[in-house]
Design a protein around this ligand. Structure first.
Ligand SMILES: NC(=O)c1ccc[n+]([C@@H]2O[C@H](COP(=O)([O-])OP(=O)(O)OC[C@H]3O[C@@H](n4cnc5c(N)ncnc54)[C@H](OP(=O)(O)O)[C@@H]3O)[C@@H](O)[C@H]2O)c1
Length: 278
């Protein structure tokens, strides 16, 4: 049963990749056989879709048409990390053309989108990551790539108009040293690196601390507008179509090997995205 506005998409071997199987009442602009990409959730980002499956029913607004230029595998890597990257660059970071952006964690899932989107928005991009990821970071279009284990970007004397901190492994007070006086700091991920763990509350204390500090620091965002998924997906689709956003795939795994895919993610030191295919 489909809800009004719902779309059932398939990733079945018989109809490979994400094609529409059926549409619910009220969906006029998609039809069976259309090639789409998107997310299975339509509200906030605190939890993800959560499973691998051959069929899924989703809200129409969670989907966009897949540009012909990219494969389904490439397109599948974009929505979650791409929307987060774009929202933080454009809406919280207020990135303007010509500004200097530092992306900490530039070679990871969110980072690889952030670097390309920052370039597409006209930024001069410096990417920070581990040594093994630096070639990837350059390939993504970064103007400079810094080895996080060789250089502490917070003490290099360089100043940036925007710092997008994806691992969140440096406190804001340290990152401020590398910010221009009217620069902006945005934090995406939290506590996955370093010894703090924060297993139970995860990012919540850091996020609240930054919100509490924001009235006193103009370098922190004060307004958090609700992300408009339709608009974010439209921008990502256009950038995929124009070639300004090109996801890099490390490896694909068939659905039957989803466990091996997750193991590779944890232990295989991937360089690029991992995709589970039907
Ligand atoms: N992926 C998503 O769609 C998504 C969505 C929402 C939120 N997030 C959050 O965003 C955060 C990052 O997620 P992700 O998926 O982008 O993770 P990721 O793919 O593991 O990327 C993190 C990157 O940071 C690098 N790194 C490790 N130590 C570093 C250091 N000291 N300084 C700078 N970079 C360092 C890692 O390199 P190595 O691989 O060599 O260690 C990796 O390239 C997480 O907290 C996650 O919860 C992610």
């Amino acid at each position: 049963m489909l809800c009004p506005g719902g779309v059932r998409t398939s990733v079945s071997p018989a109809r490979p990749s994400r094609v529409v199987e059926r549409v619910g009442a009220g969906v006029a602009d998609l039809a069976p056989g259309d090639e789409v990409f998107g997310e299975t959730i339509t509200d906030h980002q605190w939890h993800n879709g959560g499973a691998f499956a051959e069929y899924v029913s989703v809200q129409r607004r969670a989907l966009a048409r897949k540009p012909a230029r990219v494969s389904f595998e490439q397109a599948a890597t974009v929505p979650t990390s791409g929307m987060i990257a774009l929202y933080n660059l454009r809406h919280l970071g207020e990135l303007a053309p010509g500004q200097r952006v530092l992306v900490n964690g530039a070679g990871g899932c969110v980072g690889s989108c952030t670097v390309q989107l920052a370039k597409a928005l006209g930024g001069h991009v410096t990417g920070v990551d581990t040594e093994r990821k630096l070639e990837l970071v350059r390939r993504l279009g970064a103007d400079r790539a810094i080895d996080c284990d060789a250089v502490d970007f917070t003490r290099s004397g360089e100043r940036y108009d925007l710092i997008v901190d994806i691992p969140g492994n440096r406190p804001f007070r340290a990152c401020r040293r590398a910010l221009a006086p009217r620069g902006r700091y945005v934090l995406i991920g939290h506590h996955h690196f370093g010894a703090t763990g924060r297993r139970w509350l995860g990012p919540v204390p850091s996020a609240f601390a930054l919100v509490a500090l924001s009235p006193f620091h103009r370098q922190l965002p004060r307004r958090f507008p609700k992300p408009n998924r339709t608009e974010l997906m439209a921008t990502l689709t256009a950038l995929l179509a124009s070639g300004q956003l090109t996801p890099i795939i490390d490896r694909t795994f068939p659905l039957a090997e989803a466990r091996a895919a997750l193991r590779h993610l944890q232990e295989g030191q991937p360089c690029g995205r991992i995709v589970v295919t039907p």
